[in-house]
Write a protein that binds this ligand. Structure first.
Ligand SMILES: Cc1ncc(C[n+]2csc(CCOP(=O)(O)OP(=O)(O)O)c2C)c(N)n1
Ligand SMILES: [Mg+2]
Length: 392
């Protein structure tokens, strides 16, 4: 921020600012009944885009329901749903260009689907089979796809934030009219990487959209116990960044905010922070049980703000969707997901030699040594490894 943008007026009595000094309204366009507010300025959206958005939401709901079930049956080791947050994720990705680079946290698989990740590709990753793009080296849901400009998920929180600043900087240096888009939870915003990443992006003027899903919890910790400030949006202003807070369960509000954020980021070579207020309707992951830290009443209250239902009502009002066709859409995806599970779980795991590929340009001597040690170890204790581990 240049010195010229600092206030120079003076006062002569002590007076402190507090979190309420910054008034941050929430952008809302869509009402609960699927109509829009009279004064609302709608995003750019036509029937084809609206149906693509809705279809992605339905697919994601089905995928989440079925794969959580598959985890419970012991078919995959781990799963995370994004139930309740579909509008935040799909509404934002729908505002992007396919060449914009996405750096996600782990709950944004709907964005990957929107870009064209196939049901088969989802399954190959979750079953770590030989067709998995990550060659079986990651836990389920840690997707990545170079062709779709979707950087691979990493479990350590917030690492994607400074990386997104770097990607934005590189897009600017290459003269591309594209942005980096960084998704993260409000919990990840407590990491040091958040502050370093945002400050660098603002100072170096990088075209990055920082998209915070403020879903109320970091695993079992509610937001009240995570930070004392005025949400995450107040921090964007602190770093001198264009910032907006939106209703994250309102598809049209998220779409409108992200469309304008993208245009601004490209025109001004500058970052934008979007804080989407939403709620994680499901458990944190398949390893979590929320009944230990929140009430059924609280969950029921948020069920009434289901973002997919709200958007569906708008589509029906517009005459772009018929209620009668809805069940069929869900059924089609249930069958598709189930069929893909059956194929993916039967495919062999990747060859062991591939475990050291793609880490560096060529495997280093240290990696080669580790691989040969691993092979010896498996040969020595074959009873401790599944037969498939013998794909040497
Ligand atoms: C550096 C680091 N610390 C802790 C964890 C464990 N952990 C995984 S997810 C999570 C909560 C993150 O919450 P939030 O960013 O709000 O995302 P949400 O799960 O709500 O989508 C924590 C603490 C981790 N993966 N990495
Ligand atoms: Mg959270």
């Amino acid at each position: 921020m240049s010195k010229a943008t600092l206030n120079t007026d003076t006062v002569h009595r002590v007076g402190f600012l507090d979190k309420a000094s910054l008034h941050i309204p929430i952008l809302r366009i869509l009402q609960a009944d699927g109509t829009t507010y009279e004064t609302a300025v709608l995003p750019v959206i036509d029937e084809a885009l609206a149906i693509k958005i809705y279809d992605t939401c339905v697919f994601t709901r089905v995928l989440d329901e079925r794969m959580l079930g598959a985890q419970r049956q012991g078919r995959i080791s781990f799963y995370m749903t994004c139930t309740g947050e579909e509008a935040a994720i799909v509404g934002s990705v729908a505002a992007l260009d396919q060449e914009d680079v996405i750096l996600a946290q782990y709950r944004e698989h709907a964005a990957l689907r929107y870009r064209g990740f196939t049901t088969e590709q989802f399954m190959n990753q979750m079953f770590s089979n030989e067709k998995d793009l990550g060659k079986g080296r990651q836990m389920p849901i840690h997707y990545g796809c170079a062709a779709l400009n979707y950087q691979t998920i990493s479990s350590p929180l917030a690492t994607q934030i400074p990386q997104a600043t770097g990607v934005g900087y590189s897009l600017k240096m290459q003269g591309k009219r594209n942005v980096a888009v960084c998704y993260f939870g409000e919990g990840a915003a407590s990491e040091g990487d958040f502050h370093a990443g945002l400050n660098m992006a603002a100072v170096l003027k990088c075209p990055v959209i920082f998209f915070c899903r403020n879903n109320g919890y970091a695993i079992s910790t509610p937001t009240e116990e995570q930070f004392a400030g005025n949400g995450i949006a107040s921090r964007g202003v602190g770093y001198g960044m264009h910032t907006i807070r939106v209703d994250g369960n309102d598809m049209l509000a998220v779409l409108a905010a992200t469309q304008q954020a993208r245009a601004y980021a490209i025109e001004h070579n500058a970052p934008v922070l979007i804080e989407a207020m939403t709620y994680r309707l499901g458990a944190h992951s398949s390893s979590d049980d929320p009944s230990g830290y929140r009430s059924k009443e609280e969950e029921a209250k948020w069920q009434q703000h289901d973002p997919v239902k709200r958007f569906k009502l708008w589509l029906i009002n517009k005459g772009w969707l018929a209620e009668a066709d809805d069940a069929q859409r869900y059924e089609k995806y249930r069958e598709e997901v189930l069929a893909a599970v059956k194929v993916a779980e039967k495919l062999p795991i990747p060859m062991l030699d591939e475990i050291i590929e793609d880490v560096y340009d060529k495997p280093t001597p240290a990696l080669k040594k580790q691989l040969s040690d691993l092979k010896e170890h498996i040969k020595k204790y074959p009873q401790s490894y599944p037969k498939s581990a013998g794909r040497l």
